[in-house]
Design a binder for this molecule. Structure first.
Ligand code: NDP
Length: 389
């Protein structure tokens, strides 16, 4: 029986993780659930899964959750510090990092510090502070099992392999809802349109990141740190069917891929159950439904976020942290129709130019760079024509 802390239980990954738990009551037990503001769903989940504790990050929602659960033996906490503390409890075996954005870094680092196994969906943690996170994980002998489908695929391809035998990893990208589109089309797209991903149903932020291809850029950085690769060993190919979840090419030219239907419950289940594979009754991949699997080169010119992210990866230091912060600010603004689709790349690029570069950042430098980048990016957002009118 694995006792789980599901951080971000009300999100797309969190709710699917709870489906996995429901299907495997003899394997998983919920110890902690957490949300930011969605008190209603958190209360409903707490009643159903009966955890030891819940954390509602937004303090204004604390009383509502506390009152609703008062007749149950469930501890209720609030605030960022509580998110970190609950991951360190002795009663927790595995922490699922499914909070979105930079906000997930603190609790993941706390869980590593306490020696917990990490099932990591929150890619921003590795984008922002990959060197620090992986160094701490190595020090504490903590396993970080990826949940992101591409990284889960690579992880699965590498089971039983010597890491020195990797020539490169190839991340597959669906291309998002605007595959094949050019800037004259993209200039007018709105959030409602960008949220319609062709193959995956996900949270709002990652859906926009998929539409701009920033998601693939973030995943390149995530892969670099997770698998200890050089920049040159991380490649991307567009594969619109999203059936091959990613590949590893080895030094003998052999390529291994992991395939399946696009269903996040699979990588979630794999990460939570690792090192075991457990059965399920989810729909199977039928090759007859996919007579053609196609591949194409990513359009770095139109989807500039991919090029900007790659540059930030190569530059290293705090550049990916700045990239991530600026991206979070502009995506949030785009979701509120305050900036245009193409403007997002300009603003991220300009923020990267402004923020002081730090070659070898430590924990506090990441906090400062994140804050500095958010300020610059917010200024750029304010100056956007869409924000003004
Ligand atoms: P969602 O937006 O659906 O959910 C995010 C979760 O984090 C919610 O529980 C939310 O609470 C909580 N949260 C948000 N902000 C804070 C905060 N400041 N403090 C504490 N908790 C917070 O995101 P997804 O589930 O889509 O994504 C989660 C992570 O997983 C992301 O990093 C994403 O990149 C990654 N990922 C997601 C995939 C997917 O298919 N969705 C695929 C691969 C990776 P509330 O509900 O109250 O807002």
């Amino acid at each position: 029986m694995k006792r789980l802390a599901i951080m971000g239980s009300t999100g797309s990954i969190g709710t699917q993780a709870l489906e996995v738990v429901s299907a495997n009551p003899d394997r998983f037990e919920v110890e902690v659930l957490s949300a930011n503001r969605n008190s209603e769903l958190l209360i409903e989940q707490a009643r159903k899964y009966n955890p030891n504790a819940v954390v509602i990050a937004d303090e204004s929602k604390y009383k509502e959750v506390k009152d609703a659960l008062q007749s149950l033996p469930i501890k209720v906490f609030t605030g960022e510090q509580s998110l970190a503390e609950v991951t360190q409890w002795d009663t927790v075996d595995t922490v699922l990092g499914a909070i979105v954005g930079f906000a997930g870094l603190h609790s993941t680092l706390a869980a590593i510090e306490a020696g917990k196994t990490i099932a990591l969906a929150n890619k921003e943690t590795l984008v922002v502070a990959g060197e620090l996170v992986m160094r701490k994980a190595a020090e504490k002998k903590v396993a970080i099992i990826p949940v992101d489908s591409e990284h889960s695929a690579i992880f699965q391809c590498l089971v039983g392999e010597n890491p020195d035998a990797i020539e490169k990893v190839i991340l597959t990208a669906s291309g998002g809802p605007f595959l094949g589109r050019k800037p004259n089309y993209l200039v007018n797209v709105k959030a409602s349109h960008a949220l319609q991903h062709p193959n995956w149903s996900m949270g709002a932020k990652i859906s926009i990141d998929s539409a701009t291809l920033m998601n693939k850029g973030l995943e390149m950085i995530e892969a670099k740190w997770l698998f200890g690769l050089t920049n040159e060993q991380v490649d991307v190919v567009v594969h619109p069917q999203s059936v091959i979840h990613s590949m590893v090419q080895f030094i003998d030219g052999s390529v291994k891929s992991q395939m399946g239907l696009p269903d996040m419950r699979l990588p979630i289940q794999y990460a939570l159950a690792f090192p075991h594979r457990i059965p399920n009754n989810y729909k199977r991949l039928e090759f007859k439904d996919y007579p053609k699997l196609t591949f194409e080169v990513a359009d770095y010119k139109t989807f500039r976020n991919l090029a900007i992210a790659k540059e930030a990866m190569i530059r290293g230091g705090n550049a990916p942290c700045v990239l991530n912060a600026a991206n979070e600010v502009v995506v949030n603004a785009f979701l509120q129709n305050k900036v245009g689709f193409l403007e997002m790349s300009d603003m991220i690029e300009k923020t990267l130019e402004k923020v002081t570069f730090i070659t070898s950042p430590e924990a506090e430098d990441y906090m400062k760079s994140d804050a500095e980048a958010r300020e610059y990016a917010a200024e750029f957002v304010k100056k956007s024509q869409l924000s003004i009118y």
